[in-house]
Design a protein around this ligand. Structure first.
Ligand code: SAM
Ligand code: SF4
Length: 469
């Protein structure tokens, strides 16, 4: 069966685009500035830019495009690993079936509740539940987990959006999840290059079926889940090829469903326990350097201006600080990825139950303070999905840059809740200052919106919660 990844075409587009003419690049950048999604030829040209001045222009514009679509806000979430049993043997992953150094563990619903309470009490509002691939993690089990998360309340806190990262499913199973009420369903293709895919996913494993995975999110769409997240695991194959693969995936979803991916994730391979492929850099021909990684993020942002772009705590703080201004929209913080890691007192570090090692283990509060310093408003907004601003409705707002009109007020309102209920004193002071500054800017631009936000902020100060537009 012919699919939407034409390897020869991608390779020839990249070849044809070497040493691009600077004027041509500037014309392409003008298209990004107008928030239009780029065509493959154009993305290939951006991927081939080597000249320092042009790269600097691209980085600058990537940040501006993100701000003009979403505003100067960064959405926060936390990953919650539910179980690490797995039937597959992906060579890069600590959870692979034959890895005897990993202790297998699946949270009971009671243990899940304890984890959720810890996260609620840190101020989290959005979770992504993560699962290995195993018959025990079927749609019924995942639905029970989702229901448990939504029904857990603590003080004024609650989780308002649950996303899922799990193995691809059948349409009927996705439908079950959709009815239980999920936000985004994420599947990372890992690599869009078939040969590499076959080399890292042993034949006979369920995961070795490239096309089952490639069309995994089509089935989710058919089941009514219109927020889907794509991603590639950077370091398996040529990063330029993977960015092209992500773009073709986005175009395929747009063409078939009228809705592109809600998010694109850019995980880079991290060391994992007893996993030489991931842990020894020399084992990987396609390691992506920090400089190359900046280009990955900026080119994705410029190519698909409407999409959310997720940069996880796999990356160390230094890299996150540099990459966030290049168009990232969502990050996790305070993350612990060992199964049961949140309630452990020893910093939650459970190497024998982790899929890989995290690069940024700072607390949520520390990262929040830094995000304010960088000039952004941290956001815990979950309003989009609860107000039905998903799928085509979201695209209709995102394409002309109108989501910003919702994102910024909701970022301020949810951040205010965080500052009042969970922030350390120093962070609260920095946060209040950031809100004041942002409101002053909003006042110049859109006084009516500022007035509405001021009124809602007073409601929050008066004790009301979950206030949004
Ligand atoms: N088990 C499901 C599957 O493979 O579809 C769910 C995904 S897995 C728990 C989450 C993601 O982690 C994978 O899709 C992969 O991209 C990423 N991952 C695996 N090993 C990694 C490593 N060593 N470093 C960084 N990310 C890794
Ligand atoms: Fe299992 Fe997913 Fe890890 Fe592969 S990436 S071994 S499927 S948990």
């Amino acid at each position: 069966m012919q699919d939407f990844i034409d390897e020869e075409r991608i390779t020839s587009l990249l070849q044809e685009a070497t040493e691009p003419d600077p004027q041509k690049i500037r014309d392409i950048l003008a298209k990004s500035r107008s928030k239009e999604r780029l065509e493959p030829e154009e993305t290939a040209a951006l991927l081939q830019v080597e000249e320092a001045d042009l790269l600097a222009e691209m980085y600058q514009l990537a940040g501006e495009v993100k701000n003009s679509v979403y505003g100067k806000r960064i959405v926060f979430f936390a990953p919650l690993y539910v179980g690490n049993r797995c039937i597959n043997n992906c060579i890069y992953c600590g959870f692979r079936r034959t890895n005897e150094a990993v202790q297998r563990k699946t949270l009971s619903l009671g243990e899940l509740e304890t984890e959720v309470r810890t996260l609620i009490n840190q101020g989290q509002k959005r979770l992504i539940l993560v699962f290995g691939e195993h018959p025990a993690y079927d749609a019924d089990f995942i639905c029970q987990c989702i229901e448990k998360v939504y029904s857990t309340k603590d003080g004024r806190g609650e989780i308002r959006r649950v996303n899922i990262n799990a193995a691809p499913m059948e349409v009927a199973e996705y439908r079950q999840l959709h009815e239980t009420g999920i936000g985004t369903f994420q599947i990372f293709q890992e690599t869009y290059d078939r040969k590499t895919y076959a080399a890292v996913h042993p034949a006979g494993d369920k995961k070795s079926d490239f096309q089952w995975r490639l069309y995994g999110l089509d089935r989710a769409m058919e089941a009514g889940i219109d927020d889907v997240g794509i991603g590639a695991l950077f370091g398996l194959y040529d990063w330029k090829f993977e960015v092209m693969g992500l773009l073709y995936h986005a175009i395929h979803l747009e063409e078939r469903y009228g809705v592109g991916p809600h998010t694109i994730s850019v995980p880079r391979i991290e060391p994992a326990i007893n996993t030489p492929f991931a842990s020894v850099r020399e084992n990987r021909k396609y390691h992506v350097s920090d400089e190359e990684f900046k280009r990955v993020v900026a080119v994705i942002r410029l190519s698909v201006p409407y999409t959310g772009l997720i940069l996880t705590a796999r990356e160390p703080a230094t890299v996150r600080r540099e990459l966030i201004p290049l168009g990232v929209t969502q990050i996790d913080a305070g993350s612990r990825i060992g199964i049961g890691g949140y309630q452990k007192s020893a910093g939650g570090y459970l190497p024998e139950k982790e899929q890989f090692q995290l690069g940024d283990v700072r607390s949520l509060d520390e990262v929040i303070a830094e995000i304010c310093e960088l000039g952004y408003i941290p956001s815990f907004c979950t309003a989009g999905y609860r107000c039905g601003r998903t799928g085509e409705d979201f695209m209709a707002l995102a394409r002309p840059g109108l989501v910003r009109k919702f994102c910024m007020p909701n970022a301020i309102l949810t951040f205010k809740e965080y500052l009042l209920d969970y922030a350390a004193e120093k962070t609260r002071a920095a946060g209040e200052e950031a809100i004041k500054k942002t409101l002053a800017e909003m006042g110049k631009d859109d006084p009516l919106r500022k007035k509405m936000v001021d009124e809602k902020l007073r409601e929050i100060e008066g004790g009301k919660r979950d206030v949004y537009v």
